[in-house]
Design a protein around this ligand. Sequence first.
Ligand code: PHE
Length: 414
Amino acid sequence: EKKEIFELDGRQYTPDALYNLSPAVRRLLDRRILQETSNPLNLLKRRVVDYVHQTYRKPGNRSPLFTICESEPRVVTTYQNFDSLLTPEDHVSRRPSDTYYVNREHCLRAHTSAHQHTLMKQGLDVFLVIGDVYRRDEVDRTHYPCFHQIEGVRLYTRDELLGKKSDASENAAELFTVTRDASRIPEKQETHSLDAVKAAEIQLKQFLESLCDELFGRDADKRWVDAYFPFTHPSWELEVFYNGQWLEVLGCGIMEQKLLESAGVTDKIGWAFGIGLERIAMVLYGIPDIRLFWSKDTGFLSQFAGKQPGEDVKYKQISAHPQVIFDISFFLPDSTEFNDMTSDVYDTIRTIGGELVEQVKLTDEFENKKKAKKSQTYRIVYRSHEKALTKEEVNVIHKQIEQSLSTTYGVVLR
Ligand code: PHE
């Protein structure tokens, strides 16, 4: 399915022989589930962003410290995705079996780190990059060709990291080493001073540990594990003990100085991290399969719709059988308020419908002032965990609900 022009995010590319996007991936690109407010990934994203905005503000004014970058183009150059991040020429991730290529020079971003170089070059020092990333992978309960990441970057000048030099302290620490310890060791890169790296490491780990406390609760155990990434050194992964197992939550490290230099930053050092959202959302919300994030089933989405980012939400498995949808409309008894009616209606529907009622929603409400008549419509989604319900059997229950509403509360069915 090769076309003359490939268009995405308002830009055009000319595919060549390397083009390997399947129609299925094309459809994933068009979904934008992270923007859907009733998707649990959107809920988790807002939780992280809200927390970061509340916790980190610019000194002086109270505006957020982190710039949020959510609309970077998802096609990036191979320079952005690999070279700028010092990925070796022969690294497996470059293979067309691992990465979606549009042509020799362009691919779908395989991680949000692909934007580090460009954003630093634009002059950003403190930012989050949020979005969907794409890797050719097997599909199973925990793997899917598209998933979502939050990238964080923070660059520091000497003063920001180590404090203002006072006149007294002639030997104040510097970001970069002069000569003596100018070698790469497990603790640091060749050009960095150990003082600066240690200070940055403390800030990075504090940032991420507090974020984890916010997501998993203060008493969840955490541990730092040494890691390797081509674009950070030293590098770590943070693991959290949750639901009886160690969960790998993120990768991070002190940014390779070469990256900053190639982006034109000469007087700062920085840290970066990358968080995968799916894995965290799965444990936090009890979602058993990564493919559920792509579900359009309202039985799934309605469990997250309208929730606050900080709320505890636990997913309850939806039925594999089809829904049967019935509406109910009635006039309220004279002088009954809309609000007073609504909770009685919900109660009645749940009591009579029991397990077979998956969702109830007030879908319409109006008042005819002249005739002093108020009317409401509710939509009831019926669904059984045991079998496919027929319209006929649902109708029996639905009629009972109507009956009960009219005899108990005096509503007049329309
Ligand atoms: N980009 C890395 C990944 O996708 C995560 C990462 C980001 C690691 C930033 C270190 C620093 O696995």
